[in-house]
Design a protein around this ligand. Structure first.
Ligand SMILES: [Ca+2]
Length: 537
């Protein structure tokens, strides 16, 4: 009976993990091309026309190093334009899909993956991203990175498989970009004039990897909330998971924590709006600052304060900081979308489902660290490895090979900059899954490592209150792709970009996103829900 119960729990955990992976898939920001009319470059101008007769398999089958598996003409339907859908395979298991529009603007758009990747090529959220690009005239491409998450969930697919680890790490996006460029040249009888990459989370890491390793693949790269310090980020997840396993954070205590932070730190940026606009100006240590039980009946116990101190602390291994401290902001409730559907929304803290159980009792961080520590973080895999028993100071050296495959921390972007490449990175200040301080540290490192002025090829936009890639307590809908294209093709460097908060399909707030290190400051008067009441300073 107890064994049966355990299995039911096991299954529940696996299913919860799949559900979480599904939602992580769709955490990509979907604002690209939404402000096309603001662009200097008219990328909706059509250069080449194709029809169903051009979409026969023999006609598109010749792609070097790639097997073309299918070609299917998809007729226009309502607002969806007609396109030729082509799928292919690059050995050993990198599957790709490309949508080639009947009316082509001469450009390639490729979007990235989420979480552990391995998504189905027809996954609805990504299909919609590609259609969005096709609607604007782009050919659109995507790869599963060389494994299938449906048959091998979590990181199991990487068990003793360095080839697929390398495909997921960096190779799959590159070889797909090369293959689809060749396909475009065959189909349209002319090469793509410009190519763009758009990804968040794992997709953000892929974008940075492309700029660092394969600088010729893309002219413009939009990289959101990049998970680029793998596998070191997992030590942060391990630290948090050990802490909450010992003393959990109860839901009512998380609410009190959020309330304390709002009450004490919301105004630090000059405006009480429920958004921590300048987290770097906040100094917070739970055991020093929070009210204590039992003196305060709504206070925190000593054990709870130990857990909270651990969550906010950096990871130090052998005297070296290998992952930064946690900034405040993610505790506050904000919008969380269900899968790719922004109309299905929940309002919770970003801690929920990560280090505090969600309604299904699921927490993502221990599940991720468990699977990755067994199959994808260490140079030697071990399905019996207990994530709790690992020690960063002792065991981090055993990640050297995997760091080489997974991390995208090389700040030397000179080749990318020299060929005219432009990189825009964005990151939510209230991203509890991937610390925005890692991204800031990278951008600062690029400034010193690359001879060209960083202003000429790299922008960072930090989004106050935004969770991982989207959602949160502030604005989260913005089009950085249109300014990126203007930068690449018209030499117009991006400045402040207006972002929206959208609720029930209505814009309820606009704010400027400022290029780092500037911060959007309230002017002291005017509607706080209007972007023109703020200045980048
Ligand atoms: Ca504020």
């Amino acid at each position: 009976m107890s064994r049966h119960l355990l299995c039911v729990l096991c299954l529940g955990l696996v299913l919860a993990g799949l559900v979480a992976a599904g939602s992580a898939l769709a955490t990509g920001n979907t604002g690209s091309f939404t402000r096309a009319e603001n662009g200097v470059v008219d990328y909706r101008h059509i250069l080449v026309h194709r029809s169903a007769k051009d979409c026969a398999l023999p006609a598109v089958a010749s792609v070097p190093d790639s097997q073309v598996l299918s070609a299917e003409w998809v007729s226009a339907n309502g607002t969806d334009p007609a396109y030729c859908k082509v799928t292919g395979l690059i050995e050993p298991a990198v599957r790709w899909v490309a949508y080639l529009p009947a009316e082509w603007n001469g450009r390639l758009y490729m979007h990235g993956n989420g979480g552990n990747a391995g998504e189905a090529l027809d996954f609805e959220g990504y299909h919609r991203m590609r259609l969005n690009a096709v609607r604007n005239g782009f050919a659109a491409a995507f790869t599963n990175t060389g494994h299938d998450a449906a048959t091998e969930p979590g990181a199991q697919w990487a068990y003793n498989d360095p080839v697929r680890e390398g495909d997921y790490g960096h190779r799959a996006v590159h070889v797909t970009a090369v293959a689809v460029r060749a396909l475009l040249e065959t189909f349209y009888q002319q090469p793509a004039g410009h190519a763009y990459f758009d990804g968040c989370s794992t997709g953000g890491r892929q974008g940075m990897m492309e700029a660092q390793r394969y600088p010729d693949d893309f002219d413009g790269i939009l990289a959101g909330a990049p998970v680029f310090t793998l596998p070191d980020m997992l030590w942060q997840y391990q630290k948090n998971s050990l802490a909450v396993e010992k003393t959990p954070i109860r839901a009512e205590q998380l609410a009190r924590l959020g309330e304390f932070i709002r009450e004490h730190f919301d105004r630090v940026d000059g405006l009480a709006d429920g958004v921590i606009g300048d987290p770097l100006a906040v100094d917070f240590l739970p055991s020093r600052d929070l009210p204590r039980a039992p003196q305060d009946e709504a206070g925190f116990t000593d054990a709870e304060l130990v857990t909270l101190d651990a969550i906010y602390a950096p990871v130090i291994a052998g005297g070296v900081e290998i992952y930064p401290r946690t900034v405040v902001g993610a505790e506050l409730p904000g919008l969380v979308y269900r899968d790719w559907d922004r109309s299905q929304v929940n309002t919770v803290s970003a801690w929920v489902g990560r280090v505090v159980p969600n309604a299904d009792g699921f927490m993502e961080q221990p599940v991720i660290v468990d699977s990755w520590f067994q199959y994808l973080a260490f140079d030697e895999d071990d399905p019996k490895r207990d994530w709790r028993a690992m020690d960063a100071a002792r065991d981090r050296a055993s990640m050297a090979r995997m760091r080489g495959l997974m991390q995208a921390v090389d700040p030397h972007l000179a080749p990318f900059a020299a060929r005219g490449g432009k990189l825009i990175i964005y990151h939510g200040w209230a991203d509890f899954g991937v610390d925005p301080l890692t991204t800031i540290a990278y951008v600062d490192a690029v400034s010193t490592a690359t001879p060209q002025s960083r202003d000429e090829f790299l922008r960072l936009y930090l989004v106050p209150g935004m969770f991982h890639c989207s959602g949160g307590s502030n604005v989260d809908s913005f089009d950085l792709m249109t300014p990126l294209i203007d930068w690449v093709e018209a030499g117009q460097a991006p400045g402040a970009v207006t972002a929206n908060r959208i609720e029930n399909e209505k814009i309820t707030r606009t704010r400027p996103l400022c290029a780092y290190p500037a911060i959007a400051r309230y002017n002291g008067s005017g509607d706080p829900d209007r972007a023109d009441s703020f200045s980048c300073q």
